[in-house]
Write a protein that binds this ligand. Sequence first.
Ligand code: CA
Length: 327
Amino acid sequence: MKLLIDCDPGNGVPAADVDDGLALALAWASPGVTVVAITVVDGNVSQNQGAGIAAGLVALAGTGTPVYSSSAIPAVEDRAAWRAALTSRRDDALARELWASEPALPTGVPTPGDAPDEIVRLAIEHPDSALLALGPLTNLAAAERLSPGTLARYASVVVLGGAFTGPTGVRELNFALDPEAAQVVLASGAALTLLPLDVTRSTWLRLSDLDEISSASPVPVVDYLVATARPWVTWISRSRGWPGANAHDVLAAAITLEPDIADYAVASVAVDLGRGEARSRPYYLPADSGAARIRVVTGFDDDRFMALVRSRLGDQTTSPTRGDNNG
Ligand SMILES: [Ca+2]
């Protein structure tokens, strides 16, 4: 499988999500999978920060995967205001303490090129590829606007985002940061699978899982990802009283790699683009709406999911990362 991953990795940044990095490592560690490119979108962390982290992870993994930064910006949402809100939400004494001794990530340099252009180009060069979107949909929508039909050229597109249920006002970030882009992607006619937070909220990455992965793993990029996941899992569990942290992006990667670990419904879905409390929330359209039909993940096999994560990240003796690139 050829795979393009669009993401917003925050590994090593205090109180920023670490699951994009773990999702990348899961793809790299999967036999028969080639990650043809990583495109970075402004989301959990800023565009520049995310691109630097993605390129650093590539340097550490030794995969040579091209990393493309992006000039795309949301059509309506104020990116600077969101960045300020996310930064202030994370200004937290416990986070500062937990992230005080993070290992250094090698400096990586993004590849020249703009993410939306590359999403268009790769769809033409590798039409049998899968596209996995782990951040706001800004880059995917920009690619679709540049060259309509781009997303439908991919063999499959898996999107992590949106929450159909949950308290109003608590909005899922990937759709909330760019609802208009999410709507473009949902209406694109692509072979789309939507993994909403309603489902990923029941994934748990626990410290014991990280122990198991790290005790088995001699791979530097996995060691780094585990080291940066520890403060995240600790911070989330302590501040929210949860048994671990949700592994949203990791489940999205696992479903891309092994679609039969999940259950699906086929439906037409739109995004609320109004200015009210429900802005960015996905909702189901009537069956006769004529809108594009997509697959929505309704559940997954947690035992198979976590076994896949632990075995692929924890035992990389046969992985392409080690076999091909660590010489
Ligand atoms: Ca993400």
